[in-house]
Design a protein. Structure first.
Length: 313
């Protein structure tokens, strides 16, 4: 008798992939991960089958996907850096898609970004748009899930806004701060991905939470929940970026990029779609007020320190 089909998750020892893996294993599903960080702490032990994310060897990549029912792809990079860049991430993801097709994977659930087709002048969005088009052309049944901001359990954006609120005497917002965003809890994102793994149709879904904030209101809400008083001032984007660059030696990370500021201020992290999950950011923040933002979460650190769990970097 052939073995039961299994599901493959990229980055099960990371952020979104870890949340997906927890839910699959709880349902009794066999799970394999493809990862660039096989030496990270593995909370799943022998229940998780760990394979390399072998972009350099498409044949090996296809073999690691052979027999898989579903591929959940969370692989991506946040910005161009000397250690990683969008062009490589796009090429790698296309290699992964083609390997999945060769292996006969039945369905792909792919993480994109809100409004991926609305900002081709921004490299992050252009890359996501290109990959959505590549997936649609692949011919494999799939679901595209488009989050804007994810929070909870070691996220970067919301945690680091809270870090700034805790540690800086003045918190700047870019421009008027009136652009909106709807953060979604990472566990709700994982549930949404599993839901779409078991559908038969090809779908593209905006993944947003139940609360909508202006950026200024989000900062104010976090300050209130953390019990601190902070002066919140509007600053020109160039000045906010300069301050972020000045803090780089302190945090040893790229806090934010010019393109991320542009996407934020255009409202690209907002959608009028129905909530994709029930968890309000404010209620979650109240529950985690003692630890939220207590330490800075480093994007570059997570790429470099591949023997540490995300929550420790």
């Amino acid at each position: 008798m052939p073995p039961a089909p299994f599901h493959v998750v990229t980055g099960a020892l990371g952020y979104t992939g870890r949340a997906v893996t927890e839910r699959l294993l709880a349902r009794g599903t066999r799970v394999r991960t493809l990862t660039n960080s096989p030496d990270r702490p593995n909370p799943f032990g022998h229940c998780l089958d760990v394979h390399p994310l072998a972009f350099h060897d498409p044949d090996a990549l296809a073999r690691s996907l052979d027999g898989a029912a579903v591929l959940y792809n969370t692989y991506w990079v946040r910005y161009n850096h000397r250690l990683f860049n969008f062009d490589t991430a796009v090429a790698n993801t296309k290699t992964l898609f083609h390997a999945a097709r060769r292996a006969g994977v039945e369905r792909i659930v792919h993480v994109s970004i809100l409004h991926a087709d609305k900002a081709d002048d921004l490299a992050y969005y252009r890359g996501k748009h290109e990959l959505e088009d590549a997936l649609r052309a692949l011919g494999t049944p799939h679901a595209i899930v488009r989050p804007g901001v994810l929070f909870g359990r070691g996220d970067i954006l919301v945690n680091n806004i809270a870090w700034a609120v805790r540690h800086l005497p003045v918190v700047g917002v870019f421009g008027k701060g009136d652009y909106r965003l709807r953060p979604l809890h990472v566990d709700d994102m994982a549930e949404l991905m599993l839901l779409h793994a078991h559908r038969d149709d090809t779908t593209t879904t905006d993944a947003v939470g139940p609360e909508s904030f202006t950026y200024t209101d989000l900062v104010r809400s976090l300050a209130r929940i953390l019990g601190v008083r902070r002066t919140i001032v509007p600053v020109p984007p160039w000045l906010g970026l300069a301050v972020a660059h000045a803090l780089t030696p302190v945090v040893r990370d790229v806090i934010i990029t010019r393109e991320e500021i542009a996407g934020l201020m255009r409202g690209l992290l907002d959608s009028d779609a129905p909530p994709a999950g029930p968890t309000p950011l404010t209620a979650w923040a109240e529950q985690h007020r003692d630890t939220l933002g207590s330490r800075y979460a480093s994007e570059v650190g997570r790429r470099v320190k591949r023997t540490l769990a995300y929550e420790h970097v």
